[in-house]
Ligand binder design. Structure first.
Ligand SMILES: [Fe+2]
Length: 356
């Protein structure tokens, strides 16, 4: 139920061109304990008053000069928020069925015949206000529930992303305990995805899925993964299995992000010319895997490894360019090189180009 106090504090707007009627209603409301009402006998003032006062209930005369009650309701209609319940109680001398229908379709919720009966006015007002406040309460609860659902969805999404990051870290742990390589590959792959014109949502998916590219390394024995020297041909074959192993770990899911991670894990060692691990070629290699192939190679080259020192950025870019059309997708190599070149341009020059 709605508290009596809430009802008595309701904002009520009285509209009647007859001064005597307005006074009568004001006196009636005052005596009944209502504290928050404004009135006008100029229907042209209703719209500004409505906007300023935001009434919970309107007591509205129908027959008025300049603007009749129907026109007032039509003016107010678009200002009532969607889904809101704003009661309008029409006060009128006489009403035939047609006028009633017209009033109802214009927004009236109830009618009272003049001369007004004080008890009836107050009872109808109470009913309409109760409905109004119950409606507001329902809306508040709905918004609260929606917010809670949004919050829970966010939490779930965060948890899912965190689990992916932990999984990527677990995969990297023996190779790079900080997990920085996986993270950098995620960021770089997202940069390249954006530079190559992929839509924003896909770029974000790639940022999250790319760090899992080497998740299959979990299944490689230490003797191979941590071997300081060069690998034998047989050991190298073993290392190559990390792609299919990663694919297997991430397979069988309905979650699009994990499906993407599976694709990347499976195919990030494919070569554009078909000479990669699984001999997939060109466009047959999923684009996310083609992107990660470049990001992974660039990051590996530009960081120290146990068996060699890091290459400079320029040397690594030259190597990527050399592999254009062989190991890497030529279009993506172009986008990657273009992006790096753009980073080198002084800021002002870049702004001039963008503005032109
Ligand atoms: Fe790999």
């Amino acid at each position: 139920m709605i508290k009596e106090e809430t009802l008595k504090n309701a904002r009520i707007l009285i509209v009647d061109d007859q001064e005597a009627n307005v006074l009568l209603l004001e006196r009636l409301l005052g005596m009944a304990g209502f504290t928050n009402f404004v009135s006008t006998n100029d229907p042209r003032q209703v719209l500004p008053l409505f906007t300023k006062f935001q009434p919970d209930l309107i007591l509205l005369d129908l027959m008025m000069p300049y603007l009749d009650g129907y026109s007032v309701m039509q003016q107010i209609g678009p200002r009532v928020p969607e889904g809101a319940y704003l009661p309008i109680l029409v006060l009128t001398a006489e009403m035939n069925a047609e006028a009633k229908q017209r009033a109802l379709s214009s927004g009236a919720k109830d009618f009272l015949n003049k001369p007004l009966d004080a008890t009836e006015v107050l009872l109808r007002m109470k009913n309409l206000l109760e409905t109004r406040f119950l409606h507001l309460r329902l809306q508040d609860q709905k918004h609260l529930l929606e917010e809670q659902v949004r919050e829970k969805t966010r939490e779930l999404e965060d948890a899912r992303i965190e689990i992916l990051q932990k999984l990527a870290l677990a995969a990297e742990y023996r190779d790079d305990p900080s997990g920085e390589h996986a993270k950098r590959v995620g960021e770089l792959a997202a940069t390249l995805a954006r530079a190559s014109g992929l839509p924003k949502a896909q770029v974000e998916m790639i940022r999250l899925a790319a760090p899992l590219h080497d998740v299959g390394k979990i299944g490689l024995p230490d003797a191979i993964l941590r071997k300081p020297g060069k690998l034998t041909a047989e050991e190298y074959e073993h290392v190559k299995q990390h792609a299919s192993l990663g694919g297997r770990i991430l397979s069988g899911t309905q979650v699009p992000l994990l499906q993407l991670a599976e694709e990347i894990a499976l195919y990030h060692h494919e070569h554009w010319d078909g000479k990669g691990y699984a001999n997939l070629e060109g466009q047959a290699i999923p684009v996310a895997a083609r992107i990660v192939a470049i990001a992974d190679a660039f990051d590996v080259m530009t960081h120290d490894r146990p068996y060699r020192a890091a290459l400079s950025k320029e040397e690594a870019l030259a190597e990527i360019a050399r592999q254009r059309g062989q190991q890497f997708d030529p279009r993506l190599v172009d986008a990657f090189l273009r992006w790096h070149k753009r980073q080198e341009l002084p800021k002002r020059l870049r702004e001039t180009i963008l503005a032109s």
